[in-house]
Design a protein around this ligand. Structure first.
Ligand SMILES: CC(=O)N[C@H]1[C@@H](OP(=O)(O)OP(=O)(O)OC[C@H]2O[C@@H](n3ccc(=O)[nH]c3=O)[C@H](O)[C@@H]2O)O[C@H](CO)[C@@H](O)[C@@H]1O
Ligand SMILES: C=C(OP(=O)(O)O)C(=O)O
Length: 421
């Protein structure tokens, strides 16, 4: 038995959709909260399976986790114990690796399996480990788990060869209690980094420079509980904006920070999508039947986000001419193209680029959500395709999109789940 999403295409969407709290911020904020010595309340937590997996991991560590109201979580690490993290739940998501930095920072020791997450080609964690070693830790890999330990963590200068989001946050978490000053150079600048540093500073950490590529962390003796509200999810927002450009009569996407979406919004404007951008929302004014093809290169923030290129590809199948999407972050992130071709798209992939020839009429087909954003891409394609699209492996979608089918149904989409043999 498997659960699938089915979509009957061709129904124009209309209305307003509210964006949830950021997945990629939340999944780092939750492990960061265990660095406190008191309860941390986080508001705006999206109802996604990555959060459920993190709650399982927290409870296994003896952390009190309480979900309150719709989107509040209270994390109280007062009685936690530093147990090995070798259970299967570690591999259900990528972000379990933030427990490496958090546990190392708090206890000077962590034992953990390799994390999971979307397979986008190889996703090494060498920069995280090098960062921990630079702070004074030793790293060993025994019986399928990393054992990272240090008698004392001491601040130092760390240059990241790649401005990795995960490595920046992991080193930051390990360094908050380290002796002296840690300087991370070539740090990632994604908005989620700022959100996590904001939480840690509210807890009492001394972190400066976030949002630039040099972050300074002065170690402190203790951290306390606090209250924090998560930033809106810029990738979920981007997905709905692209989806509106593909399938809406008129649609407003609210609870967004438009500055986080500038690279996407300027691209959409360039290809002919008519929009009105406000302080915290954007209204997309219907589908342009003569969208222009374009070229995109994914880059670290504030460049064009790799997580958005897959959903955008569904829209580019409708643009006139050849669009070229070049991936510089995950050069193999093109499985969605094969799935779109099953629906009638005309896309050639020559790593690190996809060549999208449009416009093509899409037809419903049985397709596979090979990863989270591939799933989002196929949902958009299904909304504009003739007939019924059946998407399998939807647990990927549920890792990162809160109530996707509910939000789309409210906009007038014909979308539902079925359990099939
Ligand atoms: C939970 C989360 O926030 N996931 C996001 C995060 O993933 P994640 O934090 O895993 O991505 P990174 O920013 O670390 O990866 C960027 C690049 O650096 C490489 N690299 C990274 C670490 C390392 O130790 N060695 C190494 O070579 C990666 O293979 C990749 O090519 O940022 C990605 C890039 O914006 C997004 O697609 C993911 O949605
Ligand atoms: C790749 C993604 O997530 P993760 O890093 O959690 O696998 C994503 O959000 O698109």
């Amino acid at each position: 038995m498997k659960e699938v999403i089915k979509i009957e295409g061709g129904h124009a969407l209309k209305g307003t959709v509210r964006i949830s709290g950021s997945k990629n911020a939340t999944v780092a904020l939750i492990p960061a909260a265990i660095l406190a010595n008191g309860p941390v309340t986080i508001v705006g937590v999206p109802n996604i399976s990555d959060v459920e997996s993190l709650a399982v991991l927290l409870r296994d560590l003896g952390v009190d986790v309480c979900f309150k109201a719709q989107d509040h979580i209270i994390i109280d690490p007062t009685h936690m114990q530093n147990r090995p993290m070798t259970q299967d739940a570690v591999q259900k998501l990528r972000a379990s690796y933030y427990f490496m930095g958090a546990l190392l920072g708090k206890y000077g020791r962590v034992e953990m399996k390799m994390p999971g997450g979307c397979y986008l080609g190889p996703r090494p964690i060498d920069l995280h480990l090098k960062g921990f070693e630079a702070l004074g830790a030793t790293v060993n890999y025994e019986h399928g788990a990393y054992i990272i330990e240090a008698k004392e963590l001491v601040g130092t200068k760390i240059f990241l060869d790649i401005s990795s989001v995960g490595a920046t946050l992991n080193v930051m978490m390990a360094a908050v209690y380290a002796k002296g000053r840690t300087i991370i150079e070539n740090a990632a600048k994604e908005p989620e980094i700022i959100d996590v540093a904001t939480l840690l500073n509210k807890m009492g950490a001394q972190i400066r420079g976030v949002g630039t590529n040099v972050i300074t962390i002065d170690g402190v003796e203790t951290l306390g509980g606090c209250f924090h509200e998560i930033i809106p999810d810029r990738i979920e927002a981007a997905t709905y904006i692209v989806l509106a450009a593909a399938a809406a009569e008129e649609m407003t996407v609210e609870n967004i920070i438009p500055q986080h979406l500038e690279s996407l919004l300027s691209k959409l404007e360039e290809i002919g999508v008519e929009m009105k951008v406000d302080i915290d929302k954007v209204t997309i004014k219907g589908r342009n039947p003569h969208l222009k093809a374009t070229d995109i290169k994914t880059l670290p923030y504030p460049g064009f986000a790799t997580d958005i290129q897959q959903p955008l590809t569904a829209l580019l199948t409708q643009a006139e001419g050849q669009s070229i999407v070049t991936e510089t972050i995950y050069t193999e992130r093109f499985k969605h193209c094969h799935e779109l071709n099953k629906m009638g798209a005309n896309i050639n992939v020559m790593v690190p680029s996809s060549f999208i020839n449009g416009p093509t009429r899409l037809s419903g087909a049985e397709v596979v959500a090979t990863d989270l954003r591939c799933g989002a891409c196929l949902v958009i394609a299904g909304l504009i395709a003739d007939g019924i699209t059946e998407i399998s492996e939807i647990y990927h979608i549920d890792r990162g999109y809160e109530n996707l089918d509910g939000k789309l149904s409210a906009l007038g989409a014909k979308i539902w789940r079925e359990t099939i043999a």
